[in-house]
Design a protein around this ligand. Structure first.
Ligand code: ADP
Length: 325
C-alpha cells in the first residue's frame, strides 16, 4: 500500500454551495490521520502555477456555512493540454504531495483522470455541482441548496403571478440536465416542467394553458431548464404567445442559484464525502469518485462518472402534472 503523508485539495469548475464544507472535512480528516494538507488555489490554474497554501485545522474554521469556495475555482484552458498537466505533476512532486482530492464536476474529473493516467498521481474526486448530473452518486454537493434557492424565488413569483392572474415562464440552470428544473418544479407546484431529457411538446404546453384557463385556473408557473428549448424560456414563451396570445412574463433566475449558504443536507453530504475521500486514499484507492448511493458511501471509477448517463426520473413529470391540475 502506498504511504500517503501529504495530500493536496482543490476545487474546480463551477462553484457549488457546500464545497467549503467538503474542504473542511477533507482538511480535518487528513490532519486527524497525521497527514499533511496543502490547499491548492483556483483549481488547476493554481496547480500549474504552484499556488499552494499549507492548511491547519484553523484554516477551515467558520466555513461550513459559507457558499462559494475559499480555495477559489477556475476554468483552466492550459490543463486540457498534456504540457499543462506535466507542469502540474512537477509542482506536486516538488511540494512532495503524494495525492490529490478534487471537488468539482465532470470536467474536473476528466482532467483529474488524465493527470492520474499520465503521471501516476493518486487522485480521488468529490462531486460538487448544482446540476446533479454525475453518475455514481444520488446527489452532488450543492444541488439541494440550489433547489431550495430556486424554490424560494418561485414561491415569490407565484405570489405576483396569482395576484395578476399571470403566466410565468421561469428559467432555471441546467444546460444538459433537467434535474434541478424537475426538483424545483415539483416542489414549487409548477403546471409544466420543460427539461432537455423529454421531447419539447409545444402543443401539450398550449393545451395545459387553455385547458387550465377553461377550468378556472388563472395563473401558471412553467419551469424551464435553460437547455430544454432553443433560446431558453424567453423563446419558448414567445412561441406560446404567438399561438395563444396570452399575456405572460419571463423570469431568468441565473447565478443566484449558485450562491448562498449550503443547506443542512449539503453540509452533511459534503462532510461525509470529504471524510470518505481521505479514507479512500489512505486505504490505497485511486482514480475513483466518492458518491452516496441509497444513503451509503460508494466509490465509482472516474471515467464511469461521465461515460454513463445519469437518468432523471421522468415519472416526476407526471407527478408534477397530476398534482398541479
Ligand atoms: P466542471 O468540473 O464543473 O464540470 P469544467 O467542465 O469547466 O467544470 O471543468 C473544469 C476544468 O477541468 C476545466 O477548466 C479544465 O481545466 C479541466 N478539464 C475539463 N475537461 C477536461 C479534459 N477533457 N481534459 C483535461 N482537463 C479537463
Amino acid at each position: 500500500m502506498p504511504l500517503i503523508r501529504h495530500i493536496g485539495v482543490l476545487s474546480s469548475g463551477g462553484d457549488a454551495p457546500g464545497m467549503n464544507a467538503a474542504t473542511r472535512a477533507i482538511v480535518r480528516t487528513a490532519l486527524a490521520e497525521g497527514v499533511l494538507v496543502t490547499g491548492i488555489m483556483r483549481g488547476y490554474s493554481g496547480l500549474m502555477g504552484a499556488d499552494f497554501e499549507p492548511m491547519n485545522p484553523r484554516s477551515v474554521s467558520n466555513i461550513i456555512q459559507l457558499g462559494g469556495t475559499i480555495l477559489k475555482t477556475s476554468r483552466c484552458q492550459a490543463f486540457f493540454e498534456p504540457e499543462g498537466r506535466r507542469r502540474a505533476a512537477v509542482n506536486l512532486e516538488g511540494a512532495r504531495i503524494d495525492a490529490l482530492v478534487a471537488v468539482g464536476g465532470d470536467g474536473t474529473f476528466r482532467g483529474l483522470q488524465d493527470l492520474a493516467e499520465e503521471h501516476s498521481v493518486r487522485v480521488i474526486g468529490v462531486p460538487g455541482t448544482i446540476d446533479n448530473d454525475i453518475f455514481g452518486t444520488d446527489y452532488t454537493i450543492g444541488f439541494d441548496t440550489a433547489v431550495n434557492t430556486a424554490l424560494e424565488s418561485i414561491d415569490k413569483i407565484r405570489d405576483t403571478a396569482a395576484s395578476h392572474d399571470r403566466i410565468f415562464f421561469i428559467e432555471v440552470m441546467g444546460r444538459h440536465c433537467g434535474a434541478l428544473a424537475l426538483a424545483v418544479g415539483l416542489a414549487g407546484g409548477a403546471e409544466e416542467i420543460v427539461i432537455p431529457e423529454a421531447p419539447l411538446d409545444i402543443e401539450g404546453l398550449c393545451e395545459t394553458l387553455t385547458e387550465g384557463r377553461r377550468r378556472g385556473k388563472q395563473s401558471f408557473i412553467i419551469v424551464v431548464a435553460e437547455g430544454a428549448a432553443e433560446g431558453g424560456a424567453q423563446a419558448l414563451a414567445a412561441t406560446v404567445k404567438e399561438r395563444l396570445g396570452f399575456d405572460h412574463r419571463v423570469s431568468i433566475l441565473g447565478h443566484v442559484q449558485r450562491g448562498g449558504s449550503p443547506t443542512a443536507f449539503d453540509r452533511a453530504l459534503a462532510s461525509r464525502m470529504g471524510r470518505a475521500a481521505v479514507d479512500a486514499l489512505l486505504a490505497g484507492q485511486t482514480g475513483m469518485m466518492v458518491g452516496v448511493i441509497c444513503g451509503r458511501i460508494s466509490l465509482v471509477p472516474l471515467p464511469e462518472t461521465w461515460e454513463t448517463r445519469k437518468e432523471v426520473d421522468l415519472d416526476l413529470l407526471r407527478v408534477a402534472k397530476i398534482t398541479a391540475t
